[in-house]
Design a protein around this ligand. Structure first.
Ligand code: FMN
Length: 236
Protein backbone atom coordinates (compact mmCIF):
# COMPACT_ATOMS: atom_id res chain seq x y z
CA UNK A 1 0.00 0.00 0.00
CA UNK A 2 1.21 3.57 -0.67
CA UNK A 3 1.36 4.46 3.06
CA UNK A 4 3.91 1.72 3.85
CA UNK A 5 6.87 3.93 2.91
CA UNK A 6 8.10 7.22 4.44
CA UNK A 7 7.18 9.00 1.24
CA UNK A 8 3.78 7.33 1.27
CA UNK A 9 3.12 8.45 4.82
CA UNK A 10 4.05 12.06 4.08
CA UNK A 11 1.93 11.96 0.92
CA UNK A 12 -1.05 10.80 2.95
CA UNK A 13 -0.47 13.46 5.61
CA UNK A 14 -0.45 16.17 2.91
CA UNK A 15 -4.13 15.43 2.27
CA UNK A 16 -4.89 17.54 5.33
CA UNK A 17 -3.98 20.68 3.34
CA UNK A 18 -6.91 19.90 1.02
CA UNK A 19 -7.33 20.70 -2.67
CA UNK A 20 -7.66 23.88 -4.74
CA UNK A 21 -9.98 23.67 -7.75
CA UNK A 22 -9.92 25.71 -10.98
CA UNK A 23 -13.07 26.12 -13.04
CA UNK A 24 -11.81 26.36 -16.64
CA UNK A 25 -14.80 28.49 -17.64
CA UNK A 26 -13.75 31.13 -15.06
CA UNK A 27 -10.00 30.98 -15.63
CA UNK A 28 -8.21 33.13 -18.19
CA UNK A 29 -6.19 31.25 -20.85
CA UNK A 30 -2.79 32.42 -19.61
CA UNK A 31 -3.50 31.15 -16.10
CA UNK A 32 -4.84 27.91 -17.59
CA UNK A 33 -1.64 27.53 -19.62
CA UNK A 34 0.51 28.12 -16.52
CA UNK A 35 -1.48 25.65 -14.47
CA UNK A 36 -1.69 22.83 -17.00
CA UNK A 37 1.86 23.16 -18.32
CA UNK A 38 3.26 23.05 -14.79
CA UNK A 39 1.07 20.10 -13.80
CA UNK A 40 1.14 17.90 -16.90
CA UNK A 41 4.79 17.03 -16.62
CA UNK A 42 7.27 15.88 -17.66
CA UNK A 43 6.56 16.57 -21.31
CA UNK A 44 8.88 15.25 -23.99
CA UNK A 45 10.19 17.92 -26.35
CA UNK A 46 10.11 17.63 -30.12
CA UNK A 47 12.81 19.59 -31.87
CA UNK A 48 11.07 20.18 -35.19
CA UNK A 49 12.97 20.76 -38.41
CA UNK A 50 10.98 22.14 -41.34
CA UNK A 51 11.68 24.01 -44.57
CA UNK A 52 9.49 26.87 -45.83
CA UNK A 53 8.24 26.76 -49.43
CA UNK A 54 10.83 29.47 -50.26
CA UNK A 55 13.62 27.24 -48.90
CA UNK A 56 14.26 28.92 -45.50
CA UNK A 57 15.10 26.28 -42.89
CA UNK A 58 13.40 26.34 -39.50
CA UNK A 59 14.06 24.63 -36.19
CA UNK A 60 11.88 24.95 -33.07
CA UNK A 61 11.33 23.07 -29.77
CA UNK A 62 7.73 22.05 -28.99
CA UNK A 63 6.70 20.26 -25.82
CA UNK A 64 3.10 19.62 -26.79
CA UNK A 65 4.35 16.38 -28.33
CA UNK A 66 3.51 12.71 -28.05
CA UNK A 67 3.50 9.35 -29.78
CA UNK A 68 -0.18 8.61 -30.48
CA UNK A 69 -0.19 5.35 -32.47
CA UNK A 70 2.20 2.72 -33.76
CA UNK A 71 0.09 1.08 -36.50
CA UNK A 72 0.65 3.26 -38.44
CA UNK A 73 3.33 5.06 -36.40
CA UNK A 74 1.87 8.50 -35.62
CA UNK A 75 3.14 11.38 -33.54
CA UNK A 76 1.44 14.65 -32.64
CA UNK A 77 2.68 18.15 -32.03
CA UNK A 78 0.66 21.22 -31.27
CA UNK A 79 1.42 24.80 -32.28
CA UNK A 80 -0.16 27.73 -30.52
CA UNK A 81 -1.12 30.58 -32.83
CA UNK A 82 -0.17 33.96 -31.41
CA UNK A 83 -2.41 36.70 -32.82
CA UNK A 84 0.41 38.58 -34.48
CA UNK A 85 2.10 35.64 -36.23
CA UNK A 86 1.47 31.88 -36.62
CA UNK A 87 4.48 29.70 -35.88
CA UNK A 88 6.72 28.99 -38.85
CA UNK A 89 6.66 25.31 -37.87
CA UNK A 90 2.87 25.18 -38.43
CA UNK A 91 2.97 27.11 -41.68
CA UNK A 92 5.83 25.05 -43.10
CA UNK A 93 4.29 21.68 -42.26
CA UNK A 94 0.87 22.62 -43.61
CA UNK A 95 2.36 23.79 -46.88
CA UNK A 96 5.18 21.29 -47.46
CA UNK A 97 3.74 18.25 -45.61
CA UNK A 98 7.18 17.24 -44.33
CA UNK A 99 9.13 17.57 -41.09
CA UNK A 100 11.70 15.87 -38.88
CA UNK A 101 11.13 15.39 -35.14
CA UNK A 102 14.44 15.29 -33.31
CA UNK A 103 14.72 14.44 -29.63
CA UNK A 104 16.63 16.82 -27.38
CA UNK A 105 19.41 15.47 -25.15
CA UNK A 106 21.24 17.30 -22.39
CA UNK A 107 24.53 18.03 -24.22
CA UNK A 108 22.85 20.43 -26.68
CA UNK A 109 19.96 21.83 -24.62
CA UNK A 110 21.28 25.42 -24.72
CA UNK A 111 21.48 25.35 -28.51
CA UNK A 112 18.00 23.80 -28.73
CA UNK A 113 16.58 26.38 -26.32
CA UNK A 114 18.06 29.20 -28.42
CA UNK A 115 15.75 28.08 -31.27
CA UNK A 116 12.67 29.04 -29.23
CA UNK A 117 13.43 32.71 -29.94
CA UNK A 118 10.41 34.42 -31.51
CA UNK A 119 12.29 35.41 -34.67
CA UNK A 120 10.90 36.59 -38.02
CA UNK A 121 10.16 33.89 -40.62
CA UNK A 122 13.31 34.63 -42.65
CA UNK A 123 15.54 33.61 -39.72
CA UNK A 124 17.28 30.25 -40.03
CA UNK A 125 17.52 28.86 -36.47
CA UNK A 126 20.23 26.41 -37.52
CA UNK A 127 22.49 29.44 -37.85
CA UNK A 128 21.20 30.98 -34.58
CA UNK A 129 21.93 27.78 -32.64
CA UNK A 130 25.09 26.67 -34.42
CA UNK A 131 23.64 23.16 -34.72
CA UNK A 132 24.63 21.04 -37.70
CA UNK A 133 22.21 19.24 -39.98
CA UNK A 134 22.49 15.91 -41.75
CA UNK A 135 20.55 15.18 -44.95
CA UNK A 136 17.31 13.29 -44.44
CA UNK A 137 16.50 10.38 -46.73
CA UNK A 138 12.81 10.77 -47.54
CA UNK A 139 12.02 14.38 -46.66
CA UNK A 140 13.62 17.74 -47.42
CA UNK A 141 14.16 19.10 -43.87
CA UNK A 142 17.49 18.04 -42.43
CA UNK A 143 17.82 16.16 -39.18
CA UNK A 144 19.83 17.41 -36.20
CA UNK A 145 23.20 15.67 -36.08
CA UNK A 146 23.42 15.95 -32.28
CA UNK A 147 20.07 14.22 -31.76
CA UNK A 148 20.16 10.61 -30.65
CA UNK A 149 16.77 10.03 -32.28
CA UNK A 150 15.36 11.69 -35.40
CA UNK A 151 12.03 10.80 -36.99
CA UNK A 152 11.42 11.67 -40.63
CA UNK A 153 7.71 12.43 -40.85
CA UNK A 154 5.09 13.27 -43.41
CA UNK A 155 1.86 15.16 -42.73
CA UNK A 156 -1.03 12.84 -41.75
CA UNK A 157 -3.77 15.24 -40.55
CA UNK A 158 -4.33 18.41 -38.59
CA UNK A 159 -7.03 19.97 -36.49
CA UNK A 160 -7.45 23.67 -35.82
CA UNK A 161 -8.75 24.39 -32.32
CA UNK A 162 -11.13 27.37 -32.28
CA UNK A 163 -12.02 28.91 -28.89
CA UNK A 164 -15.76 29.24 -28.11
CA UNK A 165 -17.26 32.36 -29.67
CA UNK A 166 -14.18 33.14 -31.78
CA UNK A 167 -13.47 32.76 -35.49
CA UNK A 168 -9.76 32.12 -35.60
CA UNK A 169 -7.95 29.08 -34.26
CA UNK A 170 -5.79 29.48 -31.16
CA UNK A 171 -3.93 26.24 -31.73
CA UNK A 172 -3.29 23.65 -34.42
CA UNK A 173 -2.72 20.01 -33.61
CA UNK A 174 -0.65 18.30 -36.28
CA UNK A 175 -0.36 14.54 -36.62
CA UNK A 176 2.63 13.22 -38.51
CA UNK A 177 3.37 9.78 -39.85
CA UNK A 178 6.82 8.44 -39.04
CA UNK A 179 8.47 7.27 -42.25
CA UNK A 180 12.03 6.70 -41.06
CA UNK A 181 13.49 6.55 -37.54
CA UNK A 182 17.22 7.21 -37.11
CA UNK A 183 18.71 6.18 -33.75
CA UNK A 184 22.35 6.48 -32.68
CA UNK A 185 23.89 3.04 -32.22
CA UNK A 186 25.35 4.16 -28.88
CA UNK A 187 21.87 4.51 -27.31
CA UNK A 188 20.49 1.19 -28.51
CA UNK A 189 19.93 -1.76 -26.21
CA UNK A 190 22.17 -4.79 -26.86
CA UNK A 191 19.46 -6.44 -29.00
CA UNK A 192 19.65 -3.41 -31.32
CA UNK A 193 15.85 -3.26 -31.50
CA UNK A 194 15.00 -0.63 -28.91
CA UNK A 195 16.47 2.55 -27.53
CA UNK A 196 17.79 2.45 -23.97
CA UNK A 197 16.05 5.45 -22.37
CA UNK A 198 18.71 5.67 -19.67
CA UNK A 199 21.33 6.37 -22.37
CA UNK A 200 19.36 9.00 -24.26
CA UNK A 201 20.12 11.78 -21.72
CA UNK A 202 16.70 13.02 -22.74
CA UNK A 203 15.35 16.26 -21.37
CA UNK A 204 11.73 17.01 -20.72
CA UNK A 205 9.92 20.25 -20.02
CA UNK A 206 8.32 21.06 -16.71
CA UNK A 207 6.52 24.40 -16.17
CA UNK A 208 7.89 27.82 -17.19
CA UNK A 209 11.58 27.74 -18.13
CA UNK A 210 12.27 24.54 -16.17
CA UNK A 211 13.66 21.44 -17.83
CA UNK A 212 14.13 18.06 -16.19
CA UNK A 213 16.43 15.07 -16.62
CA UNK A 214 14.65 11.76 -16.92
CA UNK A 215 17.60 9.39 -17.04
CA UNK A 216 16.89 7.33 -13.93
CA UNK A 217 14.54 4.44 -14.62
CA UNK A 218 13.15 1.66 -12.45
CA UNK A 219 11.05 -1.35 -13.35
CA UNK A 220 7.65 -2.36 -12.03
CA UNK A 221 6.27 -5.42 -13.79
CA UNK A 222 2.74 -5.08 -15.12
CA UNK A 223 0.35 -7.21 -13.05
CA UNK A 224 -1.55 -10.09 -14.63
CA UNK A 225 -5.30 -10.20 -14.05
CA UNK A 226 -4.89 -13.70 -12.53
CA UNK A 227 -2.54 -12.37 -9.81
CA UNK A 228 -4.75 -9.37 -9.06
CA UNK A 229 -7.87 -11.53 -8.83
CA UNK A 230 -6.19 -13.92 -6.41
CA UNK A 231 -4.92 -11.05 -4.23
CA UNK A 232 -8.20 -9.17 -4.03
CA UNK A 233 -10.31 -12.33 -3.78
CA UNK A 234 -13.70 -11.82 -2.10
CA UNK A 235 -13.56 -8.01 -2.16
CA UNK A 236 -14.60 -7.99 -5.84
C1 FMN B 1 10.97 23.79 -24.25
C2 FMN B 1 10.02 24.57 -25.09
C3 FMN B 1 8.82 23.98 -25.48
C4 FMN B 1 7.92 24.67 -26.30
N1 FMN B 1 6.76 24.06 -26.69
C5 FMN B 1 5.93 24.67 -27.54
C6 FMN B 1 4.76 23.99 -28.02
O1 FMN B 1 4.49 22.83 -27.69
N2 FMN B 1 3.97 24.65 -28.89
C7 FMN B 1 4.25 25.92 -29.32
O2 FMN B 1 3.48 26.46 -30.13
N3 FMN B 1 5.35 26.58 -28.88
C8 FMN B 1 6.20 25.99 -28.02
N4 FMN B 1 7.33 26.63 -27.61
C9 FMN B 1 7.66 27.96 -28.16
C10 FMN B 1 8.31 27.83 -29.54
O3 FMN B 1 9.52 27.10 -29.50
C11 FMN B 1 8.60 29.25 -30.09
O4 FMN B 1 7.38 29.94 -30.22
C12 FMN B 1 9.33 29.22 -31.40
O5 FMN B 1 9.77 30.54 -31.68
C13 FMN B 1 8.48 28.75 -32.55
O6 FMN B 1 9.28 28.79 -33.66
P1 FMN B 1 8.75 28.91 -35.14
O7 FMN B 1 7.89 30.15 -35.27
O8 FMN B 1 10.02 29.01 -35.90
O9 FMN B 1 7.97 27.68 -35.46
C14 FMN B 1 8.23 25.98 -26.74
C15 FMN B 1 9.43 26.59 -26.33
C16 FMN B 1 10.29 25.89 -25.50
C17 FMN B 1 11.58 26.54 -25.06
Amino acid sequence: MPTDTELGKRWKADEEAGWKTWDASQTNPVDMYRLLSSAITPRPIAFVSTVAPDGVRNLAPLSFFQMVAFKPPLVMISCTIPRNRPKDTRENILSTKEFVLNLISEPFIEAANSCSVEAPAYVDEWIVSGLKGMPSVQVKPERVQDSAVSLECTYYSHQDIIPDGEENPSTTIIIGRVQLAHVRNSVLQPDGLQADPTKLRILSRLGGDTYARVSEGFDIPRPSWKEVKEKIGDKL
